[in-house]
Design a protein around this ligand. Structure first.
Ligand code: MF3
Ligand code: CO
Length: 253
């Protein structure tokens, strides 16, 4: 069953998502060479207080493992779920993926963005541009009557010319009172398949795209996913709501 949000729940989703967007926007402005990823993580904690929300990642349990950070910070070949560390220092040339998931008044807002620091390779820059384009191609496929597979296929088609590796082991998801609700939203798939979209559904759409192979490996910490070939990866995410006309992006500051 895919949850349909009531009018009251929609208001709360909007508030949670706009807080998530503000935290992400403010956090982006703090990313400069020399800061550690632990420094960014604790700054994020403060930003959440300021924007009236709390981390939905901190203390999140998957398979008996508890997530120790306030946000996810994944550098370069790290795909998602990187944990802030005092010994990881941001350097010129880094790709920094920031994933901010907050709770406010019982509801979750989820958004992510990859930024480039200083001078990065043209291929890495293009990867970021194309991944964000793919996110918006996916969002453009959101309307009542379309299916989840239409979102997946639009993302995949948007990326088809680049020769990129679309991550398969992590997917987008429904979102609401819980971070991960039904349906799963893969970033590849067949148009016309999967559950039908209805007004009131809230979806976190989040292409994760590798410059090389789609294959990933899990780090020893049990959370950090990185590319198997060591090439860089990008991640863009918005929480959107299906409306009568199409999609409303909820994670705008
Ligand atoms: N946007 C990520 C997701 O949907 C956030 C995960 S937070 C963590 O999976 F706590 F699981 F790390
Ligand atoms: Co998500």
């Amino acid at each position: 069953m895919i949850d349909l949000k009531s009018d009251d729940e929609v208001k709360k989703m909007r508030a949670a998502c706009s807080a998530a967007a503000r935290v992400l926007q403010d956090l982006v402005s703090l990313v400069v060479p020399g800061i550690s990823t632990a420094g960014l993580d604790s700054a994020a904690r403060g930003l959440m207080l300021r924007h009236g929300c709390e981390s939905a990642c901190y203390g999140y349990v998957v398979g008996g493992l508890t997530y120790p950070g306030y946000v996810c910070i994944s550098l370069n070949d790290e795909v998602v779920h990187g944990i802030g560390s005092p010994s990881r220092i941001i350097r010129d040339g880094d790709l920094v993926s920031l994933d901010v998931v907050v709770r406010r008044d019982g509801f979750i807002g989820d958004n992510a963005r990859t930024i480039t620091v200083g001078k990065v390779s043209p291929e890495a820059k293009a990867l970021c541009v194309e991944t964000e384009k793919a996110l918006h191609a996916g969002i453009a496929a959101v309307r009542p009557g379309n299916r989840v597979g239409d979102i997946s296929a639009a993302i995949q088609a948007s990326l088809s010319a680049g020769g990129y590796g679309i991550v398969r082991d992590f997917v987008g998801h429904g979102v609401g009172r819980k971070m991960h609700e039904e349906p799963q939203i893969p970033n590849f798939g067949k148009a016309g398949t999967g559950p039908k979209l209805l007004a009131g559904m809230c979806l976190a759409i989040e292409p994760m795209v590798n410059l090389g192979s789609h294959k990933i490996i899990m780090g020893a910490d049990g959370w950090t996913a990185r590319t198997a070939d060591g090439k860089v990866s990008a991640h863009f995410e918005h929480t959107v709501m299906v409306t009568e006309k199409g999609a409303e992006i909820l994670t705008l500051p």
